[in-house]
Design a protein around this ligand. Sequence first.
Ligand SMILES: NC(=O)c1ccc[n+]([C@@H]2O[C@H](COP(=O)([O-])OP(=O)(O)OC[C@H]3O[C@@H](n4cnc5c(N)ncnc54)[C@H](O)[C@@H]3O)[C@@H](O)[C@H]2O)c1
Length: 218
Amino acid sequence: MKDRESIPKATIERLPLYYRCLDKLANFEDVDVVSSKDLGGRLGIPPTQVRKDLSYYGEFGRRGVGYDVFDLKRSVGRILGVDEVWTTILVGAGNLGRALVDYKGFEKMGMKLVGVMDADLSKIGNKIGGVEVQSIKKMDEIVSENDAKLGIITVPTDAAQEVADEMIESGIKAIWNFAPTRLHVPEDVTVRNEDLAIGIVSLIYHLSWKKRDEEEGK
Ligand SMILES: NC(=O)c1ccc[n+]([C@@H]2O[C@H](COP(=O)([O-])OP(=O)(O)OC[C@H]3O[C@@H](n4cnc5c(N)ncnc54)[C@H](O)[C@@H]3O)[C@@H](O)[C@H]2O)c1
């Protein structure tokens, strides 16, 4: 494997796409061998890019034959770390929190939800996606009992930093943040911000410029 620091961020972000596609090929389409052209074609990624991305991590597949789907899925899974179970907590059992807890697809990516917490007393004891909502006061206990390292934040913006601080204090090392705000965290904590509004606004931007061009007869 190449020096980890030299691997482009874009390559790392494509790995989960390869993994999901390989999982589909192996488990739902019974495909044994796949070429970089076919794998890339399914994802809209040029085959040269597929080969380059994988080459950062070693030698996979055989020239002229392709990749063994099962082997490559296992290798990419290992590279990503999704072959392990990552115990996870979620804070904020509201609309978005509920939707995320209900989605079972994350389990395939190694995520195991061990606790859902909220500050609203009326929500404590309710079950969402089969998981009982617990008090935010139980965070330390839940994190240490389950050795949780991953935290998901689905609270309103003004509560996000406070929740992040509590998570870090209790031992969480990676945060998936859905609140549209920048979190301040120590260097050894990784944050991924998922700002859903950015996606829709960028679509609206394109629609709006197309409309303006049409109005001007361009
Ligand atoms: N709902 C969506 O589709 C959506 C889309 C984009 C972004 N978001 C963002 O996700 C976050 C949640 O949105 P939502 O629609 O689910 O809100 P919501 O109001 O339905 O849920 C928020 C939950 O957080 C809990 N909460 C508030 N403060 C807390 C604290 N200090 N500790 C623990 N729990 C606390 C509330 O009791 C509530 O259950 C917001 O930051 C929002 O901007 C939501």
